[in-house]
Design a protein around this ligand. Structure first.
Ligand SMILES: CC(C)(COP(=O)(O)OP(=O)(O)OC[C@H]1O[C@@H](n2cnc3c(N)ncnc32)[C@H](O)[C@@H]1OP(=O)(O)O)[C@@H](O)C(=O)NCCC(=O)NCCS
Length: 143
């Protein structure tokens, strides 16, 4: 095995949450920002919805629909060229619903390993059937 000439710093060393894998990593492009270079909140919300739906879909073992955005905080602006990491954790499972907390970190000025937490949100998804109606979240032991 060869050793890379310039090994990359680990996610933890770069200041990202230790021991966790992001559900999604995305870099916004110029079309996603206003004329001042700030990324649209709606673009960030769409990515958060996608990131949160991934663990919800796995837990539901099938399709889910977003029923509610319970909270959404834009803590810091996002700029074109930031590398965004979306971390999503299930915080509650109900009869048909799954609530997910999503945290978003931006790697800014990446060569200086500058990490900024930009967004935190909580969303609720509902497991749905082919008829688009709520269905029970399957018990964990069925996996
Ligand atoms: C999601 C949908 C199927 C739910 O159907 P519904 O008849 O409203 O469902 P219910 O009232 O039985 O609620 C289902 C679950 O959602 C929860 N829920 C409903 N409204 C909620 C809200 N505002 N906040 C948090 N949870 C909510 C309920 O508590 C229930 O959870 P539980 O079964 O774990 O106790 C339906 O509302 C729908 O199709 N909405 C549109 C979804 C959509 O288009 N999303 C955007 C694209 S994915």
């Amino acid at each position: 095995m060869t050793t890379p000439e310039t090994p990359e710093l680990s996610a933890e060393r770069r200041g990202l949450p230790p021991g966790k894998m992001p559900e999604l990593r995305v870099m916004p492009a110029p079309a996603d920002a206003n004329v001042y270079g700030d990324v649209f909140g709606g673009w960030i919300m769409a990515q958060v919805d996608i990131a949160g739906s991934l663990p919800a879909t796995r837990r539901a073992n099938g399709r889910v629909a977003t029923v509610a955005v319970n909270s959404f905080v834009f803590k810091n602006p996002v700029f074109i060229g930031d590398l965004l990491s979306f971390y999503a954790d299930i915080v509650k499972v109900g009869n048909t619903s799954i609530t997910v907390n999503v945290e978003v970190y931006a790697e800014r000025n990446r060569l200086q390993a500058s990490i900024v937490k930009v967004t935190e949100a909580t969303l609720t998804y509902v497991a749905t059937g082919p008829d688009r109606k709520p269905r029970q979240v399957p018990p964990l032991e069925t996996f």
